[in-house]
Each structure stands twice: as structure tokens, then as C-alpha cells.
Design a protein around this ligand. Structure first.
Ligand SMILES: NC(=O)c1ccc[n+]([C@@H]2O[C@H](COP(=O)([O-])OP(=O)(O)OC[C@H]3O[C@@H](n4cnc5c(N)ncnc54)[C@H](O)[C@@H]3O)[C@@H](O)[C@H]2O)c1
Length: 338
């Protein structure tokens, strides 16, 4: 039994989807689609010349026998593409952020429900070793009441990252750095502490010629009562400095850090000491001149396959994916008011 995938968007992350599906024993790539035909053709050559390539998404949807469409295009295209895939009866694995607005996210969820297909969102950092351990500490009650969380996304994106792309830095297609860099972190805060219910924020564009912000600060209140702070930037000199979350709780303190939430910097939890033999295996997605967050897309795809074969799985669906979009919308709304 094999699950057939079609990948739309054959750029940085589409290539990673192709590699992990190719390595997944119960998955296969049947279709590539990219408006730049060369990008789809190169992946097709790499993973099997019989893989059909398209430049037109509607044509692809009308012809592909894929069960799942992996949406790996710029953020601003996710909603329309997901709704079209749902209407064509395809399951969807959409890259983060699922969309740029809550309204679009809700329309995607509705389309999936109406067509009885699954809308799944890539949240690969949930599989990072330090993240999974922290989830255990919270859910088991061993941390006790959580008081505060501090999140820092202090990264570097060089000028070429924006200049060489027709969508990065654009308000309509990228929306903001929160959607691209910080949404991974916001998803984890939502997963642990619930929806964001109140926000104060400020944003600024300090060191890039772009339409979106490259620096921001936000104070967040979660519906569990946890107080949070978020600082994000793409202005760090030379290379990513830190992606970290610190949790202050009744019975413990945890700091997850490293450049992409791959290390435990500090762990002091009363009833859950850190074992000596934990192996920290998470690696970054490397894209030439810059690095992203963890490369656990293999686990995302393996879980999508398990879900579609009716096995136990850890898949993030649209109703969870929308939480970070809701938080981001609130942050920008407040920041643009001040
Ligand atoms: N989960 C992660 O860690 C992670 C990492 C990187 C990117 N992403 C997400 O993946 C998405 C793509 O990012 P990227 O860095 O791969 O961008 P990219 O620019 O490298 O690739 C996007 C590709 O989409 C193609 N494309 C654009 N419009 C299209 C259309 N109408 N039909 C078909 N193809 C089209 C482009 O030609 C390009 O090849 C973004 O939403 C981003 O947030 C997620």
C-alpha cells in the first residue's frame, strides 16, 4: 500500500518534501508542479523520469492520480491552492503558515470538511527531541503551573534572501516575518499553552529593503493564563544566533535553544530530571546561504502516510494550524494600531 503525493512548488522546501517522500517506503511522488518548468523537471530527473510535471496547477489537479497534494508555494497562494485541491477530492499537506488570514484558514477548513478530505499542516518542530520532552513535562503535570514563557527568534536573513525572491519581503505573498520565521515558535506556544487571547506589540523594518518588518516585540497572554513574550528579527549579523523558548513554572525551569530549538540549554524539573543518555538528533534544513528550523519533514510525511492508512499518527490538522494564524493576526493588528 503506497500513498501517492503531488508536490506543487519545487523550490527550497518542495525539494525537501521530494527527498523525504522518495525515502518513505510507503509513499511515492507521482507529480511535480511549478510555474518554472525547469524546477519541476530537475526534481523529476532526480526522483524518476516517469514523474509527470506541470506548470499549471489547475491542469495538474485535473490530471494527477495523487491522493495528497503537498502545497510548497509562497504563503499567499496556500489558501486558494488548498481549496482547489479539496474541491478536486485531494487530501492536503500544506506548508506553514497554512494561510495569511484567519478567514482564509477557515475557508480551507470548510472546503476540506465539505469534500471529506484531510487538511494537514507541516509543523515539523513538534518532533524535535527537546520539544517532545517539554510537551511531556507539561502534559504530565510535572512542571506544575506554568507562569511565563519567553521566546526569542534571533535570526539572520541576508539581503539576497529577499532580493533573489519574487515573494519574500512582499506584504501580499509573505505577509510578515511572523508567518515565515516565527510561526514555528508560535505554534509550539499554542500547542503547550493554548490560544493567544491578548496582545501588545510593536514592529519595525530596520535593516532590509522590504515591505514587511524585520524586527518585532510582542507581549502575549494565552488562554491558560500563561504570560508570554516574543522577540523576533531577521537582522542578526552574519548568521542565525538563537531560536529559544524559556519556560518558568511552579516545579521547573526549561530553556530550549540552539539555533533552531535543537538543544536543551537548561532543564531543572523537580519530578523529571533530564536523562544523561538523550541523543539530540535534530538537524536544520540548510538552504545554501541560510538555515531554517529542523529538518523533521520525514516524520511529518511518515505520519501523513500513517493517518491515511488509518494507523496511529501525530498529524497537525487545520483546526490546530489556524491557532498560530489567529495569534499572528492579533499581533500585527495591535502593532499597526500603535
Ligand atoms: N516547514 C519549514 O520549515 C519550511 C521551510 C521553508 C519553507 N517553508 C514554507 O514553504 C513555502 C515555500 O517556501 P520556499 O522557501 O520553498 O520558497 P521558494 O521560493 O524556494 O519555492 C517556492 C516555489 O513555488 C513556485 N511557485 C510559485 N507560484 C506557483 C504557482 N502558482 N504554481 C506552482 N508553483 C509556484 C516557485 O516557482 C518556487 O519554485 C512557504 O510557505 C514557506 O513558509 C516551510
Amino acid at each position: 500500500m503506497s500513498v501517492k503525493f503531488a508536490i506543487v512548488g519545487c523550490g527550497a522546501i518542495g525539494s525537501r518534501h521530494a527527498a523525504v517522500i522518495d525515502a518513505e517506503a510507503r509513499g511515492s511522488i507521482v507529480t511535480f508542479c511549478d510555474t518554472v518548468s525547469e524546477k519541476a523537471r530537475l526534481l523529476s530527473e532526480k526522483y524518476g523520469n516517469d514523474i509527470t510535471c506541470y506548470t499549471d496547477y489547475d491542469e495538474m489537479l485535473a490530471s494527477t492520480d495523487a491522493t495528497v497534494v503537498n502545497i510548497c508555494t509562497p504563503h499567499g497562494l496556500h489558501a486558494e491552492m488548498a481549496i482547489k485541491a479539496a474541491n478536486a477530492g485531494k487530501h492536503i499537506l500544506v506548508e506553514k503558515p497554512m494561510a495569511l488570514t484567519v478567514a482564509d484558514s477557515m475557508a480551507m477548513i470548510k472546503a476540506a470538511e465539505e469534500n471529506s478530505v484531510h487538511l494537514m499542516v507541516v509543523k515539523q518542530n513538534r518532533f524535535n527531541v527537546p520539544i517532545a520532552l517539554t510537551k511531556q513535562a507539561i502534559d504530565s503535570g510535572k512542571l506544575g503551573r506554568v507562569f511565563m514563557a519567553q521566546c526569542d527568534v534571533l535570526w539572520n536573513r541576508h539581503d539576497g534572501y529577499y532580493a533573489e525572491s519574487n515573494w519574500r519581503g512582499s506584504k501580499t505573498l509573505e505577509g510578515g516575518a511572523l508567518y515565515t520565521q516565527a510561526s514555528h515558535f508560535i505554534d509550539l506556544l499554542n500547542w503547550w499553552f493554548g490560544d493567544v487571547v491578548a496582545v501588545q506589540a510593536e514592529i519595525a523594518t530596520r535593516n532590509h529593503s522590504i515591505e514587511i518588518e524585520d524586527c518585532g516585540n510582542a507581549l502575549l497572554t494565552f488562554d491558560s493564563g500563561v504570560m508570554g513574550s516574543l522577540t523576533w528579527t531577521t537582522c542578526v549579523y552574519n548568521k542565525n544566533y538563537e531560536g529559544s523558548i524559556t519556560i518558568i513554572a511552579e516545579n521547573g525551569t526549561i530553556k530550549i535553544g540552539g539555533p533552531y530549538l535543537n538543544k536543551i540549554e537548561y532543564w531543572d524539573v523537580k519530578a523529571m530530571p533530564l536523562q544523561d543518555d538523550i541523543i539530540f538528533v535534530d538537524k536544520p534544513n540548510a538552504y545554501g546561504k541560510y538555515q531554517g528550523t529542523s529538518s523533521n519533514h520525514d516524520k511529518v510525511v511518515a505520519n501523513v502516510v500513517s493517518k491515511l492508512l488509518n494507523e496511529r499518527h501525530h498529524v497537525v490538522e487545520g483546526d490546530e494550524g489556524i491557532m498560530s494564524i489567529r495569534a499572528i493576526e492579533m499581533i500585527y493588528k495591535h502593532a499597526r494600531m500603535v
